[in-house]
Design a protein around this ligand. Structure first.
Ligand SMILES: *[C@@H]1O[C@H](CO)[C@@H](O)[C@H](O)[C@H]1NC(C)=O
Ligand SMILES: *[C@@H]1O[C@H](CO)[C@@H](O)[C@H](O)[C@H]1NC(C)=O
Ligand SMILES: *[C@@H]1O[C@H](CO)[C@@H](O)[C@H](O)[C@H]1NC(C)=O
Length: 375
């Protein structure tokens, strides 16, 4: 066998075809970026199948609103990452770990529920694990694309050229905070861990840049103190909620995390001159929805649709035996009027509301819409 060359025959043909039919090679359309793929890293806010594939399938009534069946996501319907895929004209992202009926032609999703930036107890797929999966995915793609007559032609793996033109999205960090809150770590101690956490995130972005990634879309972390489960637990222990019905100190910690994250992104802009890094203020968009719930047509933001916390905790999709009676964590009659689906994850209605605000750039730094988030 001859030694591997860096360009394979498929790529050479592709380049010639492009050059002859188009006349120009990938000179950015000024009105928007042409992302051929999305690579996503994160937790349950953007997990489209990792946990479901690796561990246990998500139960009913998850998925009931949009997919009409449980569909690998911890919501009643689409997540923000699904709405991003739609917006960019791509199919929904498949989880890298999902081996059945999946295609990675337009990218892959490494996000897994419970994943934190640093190794944590909720998921083995912390950011370093997700990065390792990405590296394997990319190197295997290069081998298979050039070698195989099947994988490349049946369209299940991406063109290796697409890695440098893809959009790299991040929504991770909430689980690092959740763990600290659960351990009752004092806020100032939690905050002292942020530089280490954010260093790991920066290293990952630098590694991707080193592998050719250029367009990064980075969500900050949401108002975690406004999640109904957090608010319920805090009140149960005798705490008082703030005027928005949220756990004030948790939101303060989240905001400090976001302030430092924004600083890290600014530093990376100086270190990675060919990259376009967009910082997206998910926190403010979600808080705006929560504060204006009523005028936006939503019920009390503390009322999750699926599962109950009082008088007994019965999580969404589970059931509990009580004196011979079964109590189900079932869903409300109209999820479209709720912000929280299960006390931790947002409904599709809330995800659509937030996505419509963030994708047009009104919560971005710099203020570009997602279709303009390329260098
Ligand atoms: C490439 O194809 C050859 C012949 O089909 C096969 O023997 C070899 O294992 C393949 N290499 C990879 C990396 O898939
Ligand atoms: C269950 O039965 C016990 C004993 O009869 C009773 O004390 C308790 O209140 C019952 N619990 C509920 C939730 O009905
Ligand atoms: C983005 O969309 C929201 C909601 O549709 C709208 O209120 C806002 O003005 C838009 N912002 C920009 C910059 O277009």
């Amino acid at each position: 066998m001859p030694p591997r060359r860096s360009l394979c025959i498929f790529e050479i043909i592709f380049v010639i075809v492009l050059a002859t039919t188009n006349g120009s090679l990938v000179i950015g359309d000024p009105s928007g970026c042409k992302f051929p793929a999305i690579y996503n890293f994160g937790d349950s806010n953007s997990d489209t199948g990792a946990n479901s594939a690796a561990f246990t399938q998500v139960p009913a009534p998850y998925g009931e609103t949009f997919f009409k069946k449980p569909f690998k996501r911890l919501s009643d319907g689409r997540l923000i990452i699904d709405i991003i895929a739609e917006k960019l004209g791509m199919p929904y992202l498949n989880a890298y770990l999902d081996s059945i009926g999946t295609s990675f032609r337009h990218g892959a999703n490494f996000a897994a529920a419970g994943s934190s930036i640093l190794p944590g107890p909720f998921s083995p797929f912390d950011l370093a694990a997700q990065m390792s999966q990405f590296s394997q995915f990319k190197s295997r793609t290069a081998e298979l694309y050039c070698n195989s007559s099947s994988s490349a032609s049946d369209g299940t793996i991406p063109n290796p050229d697409d890695f440098s033109k893809a959009l790299y999205t991040f929504d991770i960090g909430q689980s690092d905070l959740t763990l600290a809150f659960q351990n009752r770590t004092p806020p100032r101690v939690i905050i002292s861990t942020f530089p280490g956490i954010l260093d790991r995130l920066s290293q990952s972005l630098q590694q991707l840049y080193g592998e050719g990634a250029r367009a990064f879309w980075i969500h900050n972390t949401g108002p975690i103190g406004c999640l109904p489960l957090m608010a319920f637990q805090f009140r149960f222990r005798g705490g008082t909620l703030d005027s928005n019905g949220c756990v004030g100190f948790m939101n303060d910690v989240a905001q400090e995390f976001n302030r430092q994250l924004k600083g890290s992104v600014a530093q990376l802009r100086a270190q990675l001159p060919l990259a376009k890094l967009t910082y997206v203020d998910i926190y403010s968009s979600k808080l705006e929805l929560i504060i204006n719930a009523k005028s936006q047509g939503f019920a009390n933001p503390l009322d999750n649709c699926c599962g109950t916390f009082l008088p007994y905790v019965v999580m969404c999709g589970t059931s509990m035996q009580l004196n011979g009676t079964t109590i189900h964590g079932s869903s409300c009659s109209d999820p479209s009027t709720r912000i929280s689906w299960d006390g931790i994850h947002y409904t599709e209605a809330a995800n659509l509301w937030v996505a419509s605000r963030i994708l047009n750039g009104s919560f971005s730094d710099p203020p570009v819409p997602i279709s303009g988030a390329c260098p």
